[in-house]
Design a protein around this ligand. Structure first.
Ligand SMILES: O=C(O)CCC(=O)C(=O)O
Ligand SMILES: [Fe+2]
Length: 291
C-alpha cells in the first residue's frame, strides 16, 4: 500500500474535503483485495447489514439497483479485516483529519452492477450514529472507475458548510439541493480512478456518481471511520437492535468489539479484540446449530 501522503495532499483534503491517492494498492495487492472481497461476498449472501437487514432476491427497488451493498464484511472475514482495518489506513485518515485516533464505523462494498442507477448527491455523516466534523471514508477502486461506469464526483468545500441534516439516496439525483440550495451553483469535480487507486472524503463532503452506462462491473470498497471519542447521537443506522436499545444519547461509542480502534497516537489498536469476538460468536453459533 502506498500510505505516504504529501503535505500538498493533506492541504488539498482540508480545503476541498476529498483527495485521491493514485496506485494506493500494488498490482499484487489489488489482486488480493479482489479475491478476498469476492470470497467475502459469496460467504455473506443476501445479508446487507450484518444482523440488521437482508436484501430480497431479485429486488427491483431503486436503491438495490444503485449498488450491490454489503456492510461490515470485516466482521465475518478476518482476512478482510486485516486489510481494510490496517493501522496504516487509520493513520492516513488521522493525518488527513488532524486527529489523534480513529475507530471503524463500518466498511461496505459499493458495487455498481452493469447498467446500475446513479448515486444521488448526498453527505454521509448524517446517516451515522455519531455526528462529527472529522468523520472520513476511504473509497478504493477495485475496477477502473470511469466517467462511463460511475466514478465519484465531489462538490469541493461543502464539508465546511454542511450541517448534519440527512438526505436520502433516493431516485431524485438532486434532492440534496433542496436542503442546501446554495450548493446548486457549485461546480462538481469528477474523480476517475484506475483500479487500485483510492480517494478519501470527509463525512460532510457532498458526493455522488453517474449511472453505470456499461455492461461491466464497477467494484469499489469503502470504509467509514469515526474519530476516537465520538458519542451516540440517537440514530440506529447499522447498530443491531439489542445494542441500539441499550444506548443512550451521549454514550461514547468505544466498545472495542464493535468499533475497534484502528489507529491512535497514544493507544494500541484493538482490531484483534473485535476479530476474536466475531470469531467466537461464529463458533458458538456453529456449535449451537450442530448440537
Ligand atoms: O460509490 C458510490 O457511487 C458512492 C460512494 C459513497 O457514497 C461513499 O463512499 O460514501
Ligand atoms: Fe457516500
Amino acid at each position: 500500500m502506498k500510505t505516504q501522503l504529501t503535505p500538498e495532499q493533506i492541504a488539498s483534503f482540508r480545503e476541498n474535503g476529498y483527495v485521491t491517492q493514485e496506485d494506493f494498492l500494488s498490482p499484487a495487492e489489488l489482486e488480493q483485495w479482489r479475491a478476498v472481497l469476492d470470497a467475502s461476498l459469496k460467504k455473506r449472501g443476501n445479508e446487507r447489514i450484518l444482523g440488521v437487514d437482508v436484501v430480497k432476491d431479485n429486488s427491483d427497488q431503486y436503491y438495490d439497483r444503485v449498488f450491490i451493498q454489503r456492510v461490515n464484511l470485516w466482521q465475518d472475514n478476518p482476512a478482510w479485516a486485516s486489510m481494510v482495518l490496517s493501522p496504516e489506513i487509520g493513520q492516513m485518515c488521522c493525518a488527513l483529519e488532524g486527529i489523534d485516533g480513529i475507530r471503524v464505523w463500518h466498511d461496505q462494498t459499493l458495487i455498481k452492477a452493469p447498467w446500475a442507477n446513479p448515486t444521488s448527491w448526498h453527505i454521509d455523516n448524517p446517516y451515522w450514529s455519531f455526528s462529527s466534523k472529522h468523520s472520513i471514508s476511504i473509497w478504493v477502486a477495485l475496477d477502473d472507475a470511469t466517467l462511463e461506469n460511475g466514478c465519484l464526483f465531489f462538490l469541493p468545500g461543502t464539508q465546511k458548510l454542511a450541517t448534519f441534516d440527512a438526505v436520502g439516496i433516493g431516485a431524485d439525483m438532486a434532492a440534496l439541493f433542496k436542503t442546501y440550495p446554495q450548493w446548486s451553483k457549485f461546480k462538481s469535480v469528477a474523480a476517475p480512478m484506475k483500479a487500485g487507486s483510492c480517494s478519501f472524503h470527509n463525512g460532510l463532503t457532498a458526493h455522488g456518481a453517474h449511472a453505470n452506462m456499461t455492461p461491466g462491473f464497477r467494484r469499489a470498497m469503502t470504509c467509514a471511520f469515526m474519530p476516537d471519542g465520538s458519542t451516540f447521537n440517537g440514530k440506529q443506522n447499522i447498530i443491531p437492535r439489542d445494542r441500539f436499545e441499550k444506548l443512550k444519547i451521549g454514550d461514547p461509542l468505544e466498545d472495542d468489539r464493535f468499533n475497534p480502534l484502528v489507529w491512535s497516537r497514544s493507544k494500541k489498536p484493538t482490531v484483534s479484540v473485535a476479530v476474536d469476538y466475531f470469531a467466537q460468536q461464529k463458533a458458538a453459533k456453529a456449535q449451537a446449530a450442530g448440537a
